[in-house]
Design a protein around this ligand. Structure first.
Ligand SMILES: [Fe+2]
Length: 459
């Protein structure tokens, strides 16, 4: 071979190898069509039998570490009993918690049922509790849950990660696939019911969504991040208070983490310190969220106790899809430096209705004059996962930007959910489960090593 031919040959091989190491844009396609919400008479929305039976039962962590659990439910016709009975055996519910009850109206035509919230406290960690609601002349309904392990570096936990779920047949697939091998708790990354996509924000869709997901969220805590579909700002029908349905229906344990608003807060669950941020609550300098996050990251995160630092936020900071492109940029500029300095492990976002995982990247060198606005690989940076692919009424976001940036490890426009299994203080196993013609398929997976204790991988 001539020397110049050899050079060309070697260059060709090098180019092929470089391409082989680039990110993957999966060509897999299924169910591109957005589907309508399942009809109100679908079986997944069926109210429980019996007059005024408690429905829409859901639980979330009720304090900082999981020694309390908040139970919420709705009685449709009248308040009824406001008590949760609970205990260590299903036939021996010796303890009880008294809740609060409220209703709200929306848009002049909707009146909610009676919404109850009760916090069971004084629980032991890593313990199964049975509970029941609906005493008196209603119909008692019984459930159970397991509290998370006490915060500690030797504990394990398995999270489900679901975003932008909605209530279509795709949503039902996603939930069913998670239920096939459920974790201990769900990190929900915002956009719950999509009621606001219906005329006058038809709040009956908040009710149907809560009946739909009860089959899982009554049995394990879902930790709530709020998305744009929770804002429900509708001045045209007289609704000017943001987050009105969400805040009436859902509780977060924000006070336990020194927060002043229910939209940004943290919980500790076994080996994980999980921070929920709000893309739709002010986060500029000096605002309550900015002040809280600074204090949280600098004074309340202890990697000796909770080795894993996870952040959930609805609008992604790194997203290479045309859909919602750069909507999270202002928050990234505000908070990314802190997140890198804190050596956060993973940032989960939603909002974009497709799936994407990045390598560890940051873009913190830039100031307004130096021109250094290029993302760079950074061993202290988190992996960014976009998981807004629960299956909602708006359909998939199928147009990725091209070429795929080198920090984008894998991206695919399909519906699905993720799981994150923290094995010990150094290793966690992550999977993304695609919805594929009625079955779940692991389409992306990675081992993550801890950024504080073993910052070796470049995933
Ligand atoms: Fe969204």
């Amino acid at each position: 071979m001539e020397p110049h031919m050899l050079t060309l040959f070697l260059l060709l091989i090098a180019a092929l190898l470089a391409h082989a190491g680039a990110g993957i844009t999966s060509s897999y396609r299924r169910s591109l069509l957005g589907l309508s919400a399942m009809p109100f008479d679908a079986d997944v929305f069926r109210p429980p039998p019996g007059y005024n039976a408690p429905e829409q039962v859901h639980i979330t962590q009720g304090d900082l570490t999981g020694r309390a659990m908040t139970v919420s439910w709705v009685t449709p016709h009248h308040p009824g009993s406001n008590v949760v009975r609970y205990g260590l055996a299903a036939d021996n519910l010796t303890r009880f918690a008294e809740g609060t009850v409220r209703r709200y109206a929306f848009g002049g035509s909707y009146q909610s049922g009676h919404i109850h919230h009760a916090t069971l406290s004084g629980l032991d960690h890593a313990t199964v509790y049975h509970y029941a609601v609906g005493y008196g002349y209603e119909n008692v309904r019984r459930f159970s849950f397991k509290t998370p392990p006490a915060p500690g570096p030797e504990t394990t936990i398995r999270f489900g990660v679901i975003g932008d779920l909605g209530q279509t047949a795709h949503s039902n697939d996603t939930l069913a696939h998670y239920e096939a091998r459920p974790g201990d708790a769900v990190l929900f990354i915002g956009d719950l019911s999509y009621a606001d996509n219906h005329p006058a924000h038809d709040n009956r869709r908040w009710d149907s969504w809560a009946r739909f997901v009860e089959r899982n969220v009554a049995y394990q805590p879902w930790i709530w991040t709020t998305g744009n579909h929770e804002i429900d700002f509708a001045p045209e029908i007289g609704e000017t208070v943001p987050f009105k349905p969400f805040t009436n229906r859902y509780r977060t344990p924000f006070r336990a983490s020194n927060s002043t608003e229910p939209f940004f807060y943290s919980v500790k669950m076994g080996p994980a310190h999980v921070i929920m941020l709000s893309s739709y609550t002010s986060y500029g300098k000096y605002t309550p969220q900015w002040t809280w996050l600074q204090d949280e990251l600098t004074t309340r995160v202890d990697r000796n106790v909770t080795p894993w630092l996870i952040i959930c936020v609805h609008s992604p900071w790194y997203n290479t899809n045309e859909y919602h492109y750069m909507e999270g940029e202002t928050m990234r500029v505000q908070f990314e430096r802190w997140v890198v300095d804190a050596k956060a492990d993973i940032v989960f976002a939603g909002h974009v209705h497709s799936y994407e995982r990045t390598h560890r990247v940051s873009n913190v060198a830039y100031d307004i004059a130096n021109g250094k606005a290029t993302p760079a690989f950074n061993v202290s940076a988190p992996v960014y996962v976009t998981i807004g692919d629960g299956g909602n009424i708006e359909g998939l976001a199928t147009t990725f930007r091209s070429p795929q940036p080198d920090y984008s490890a894998f991206r695919e426009a399909s519906f699905g959910h993720a799981t994150l299994e923290i094995m010990n203080k150094t290793h966690a196993y992550y999977e993304w489960h695609r919805n594929q013609d009625g079955v779940k398929v692991v389409a992306d997976k990675a081992w993550f090593t801890n950024r504080y204790w073993l910052p070796t991988d470049t995933n």
